[in-house]
Write a protein that binds this ligand. Structure first.
Ligand code: PLP
Length: 447
């Protein structure tokens, strides 16, 4: 009989993976999980240090979510939202509107972060058409943005390794330099922020009549390597959008559901986007579900007679899936019942202390960036000369291979080691996560 690993290599094409390398490796095959641990087919346990790629919130096999999905299975697994309503999606929409930033009052469902972004950009485009502004067709984005892997969301992205090859298929965007002080060591974070805002303001003054929307990952650009914006940046962007009639779309796919210490990142700066894209943590990490929230003003621009063709002609087969909505409702209920956000604050503080004590002093660690539970640790060949490792050494990947031997699962972004534990991580598990990471960096990069 063939092993799971052999069967995997025979049949599966993995995402974001060089399969030639995979074919020569021994894949770790997960069979089950318990709380914040994943368990492989041999029964070995691993701390889920990146929340199963940024999706898990309350841990695995969380009783309340398990029960909600099981209960929903006893009712119905799925029925369509095209021409029909269903109870689970109605219940969830009400709960989302209740926790969302003020003004977001309508919920459009889809299945992934990429589709949530596609929906937002198509709504923004059609919104201006429906209102008679034919020329507002362009999107402004931040450099090094990541908004997903479908062609529309790739058009909004700016990460060359992922996106450059598809250039001929993409639409043009207006790129605003992201305020990343690390790119400009001579500037303070505030100067960096103001430079980026000045750039966007100048673009807006010049071309607002052509710009449908600005889309941003609020506070943290995750896939870019956990780039954290200086305080006041998001608020500044919001003001420029308001002054120039540009819609503001916040992509909270990664930052949403407590990952930054608030329910949504834009709430740190009391920003009220016109649309918000949600996915990853929406179901607590259980099932694929996404939502695009919009204001009433946007929604009303789509109203009319059928013949007016103001309808938003977009929808997916599994839109509003009842099982996924039931999981999401249970996850949101847990935020309240277990005071998850309040209890997160101490954990975030502990994480900061451990990073400062055990990770930052390591000789091959450059910048250590943290926003809530989102952490990026930059590996460098020579920190004082700010010299990166040659790309083909793949130090990030090597560290995350090593850390498995210490019972932790991580996934890097280039030479940035990412930590993004579930909100349910305990203080002891947090200490394990940091000490295993520190050990692995020392073993891989040298002391
Ligand atoms: C992950 C991510 C997406 C894409 O979500 P998928 O569910 O993988 O399609 C979009 N935007 C941001 C900010 C993300 O982190």
């Amino acid at each position: 009989m063939k092993s799971w690993a052999e069967l995997d290599r025979e049949y599966i094409w993995h995402p974001f993976t060089q399969m030639q390398e995979w074919q020569g490796s021994e894949p770790l095959v997960i069979e089950r999980a318990e709380g914040n641990y994943l368990i492989d087919a041999e029964g070995r346990r691993y701390l889920d240090g990146v929340s199963s790629l940024w999706v898990n919130v309350h841990g695995h096999r969380k009783r309340e979510i398990d029960e909600a999905v099981t209960r929903q299975l006893g009712q119905v697994a799925h029925s369509t939202l095209l021409g029909l309503a269903n109870t689970a999606s109605i219940e969830l929409a009400g709960k989302l509107v209740a926790v969302a930033p003020e003004g977001l009052s309508k919920v459009f469902y889809s299945d992934s972060g990429s589709t949530a972004v596609e929906v937002a950009l198509k709504i923004a485009f059609q919104y201006w058409r429906n209102r008679g502004y034919e020329h507002k067709t362009l999107f402004a984005t931040l450099s090094q943005a990541y908004h997903g892997d479908t062609i529309g969301s790739v058009s909004l992205g700016g990460i060359d390794v992922f996106h450059a090859i598809f250039q001929p298929l993409l639409f043009q965007t207006i790129s605003i330099p992201t305020p990343f002080p690390y790119h400009y060591p001579s500037l303070s974070p505030e100067e960096c922020r103001d430079r980026s805002l000045d750039h966007f303001r100048a673009v807006a003054e010049d071309r607002a009549h052509q710009i449908a929307a600005l889309i941003v990952e609020p506070l943290v650009q995750g896939a870019a390597g956990m780039i954290i914006h200086p305080p006041g940046f998001l608020k500044g962007l919001e003001k420029i959008c308001r002054d120039h009639d540009i819609l503001l779309i916040c992509d909270e796919v990664a930052t949403g559901f407590g990952r930054t210490g608030r329910m949504f990142a834009c709430q740190h700066e009391d920003v009220r986007p016109d649309m918000m894209a949600l996915a990853k943590g929406l179901t607590g990490g259980y099932l694929p579900l996404a939502a695009t929230l919009a204001t009433d003003e946007i929604y009303r621009a789509f109203l009319g007679e059928h013949k007016d063709l103001r309808t938003f002609f977009h929808g997916h087969s599994y839109t509003g899936n009842a099982l996924a909505c039931a999981a999401a409702c249970a996850s949101l209920d847990l935020f309240e019942a277990e005071h998850v956000l309040e209890r997160s604050q101490e954990k975030i503080g502990l994480l900061a202390e451990l990073l400062a004590a055990e990770i930052q002093p390591l000789p091959h660690v450059g910048d250590v960036r943290q926003c809530g539970f989102m952490v990026g640790i930059e590996l460098m060949e020579n920190v004082s000369l700010r010299k990166s490792y040659p790309m083909d050494l793949r130090m990030g990947a090597r560290v995350t291979q090593t850390v498995r031997r210490h019972g932790v699962i991580l996934r890097p972004l280039g030479d940035v080691v990412v930590l993004m534990p579930p909100l349910s991580i305990t203080p002891d598990e947090m200490r394990t996560l940091i000490s295993a990471t520190a050990r692995s960096i020392k073993e891989t990069c040298g002391e």
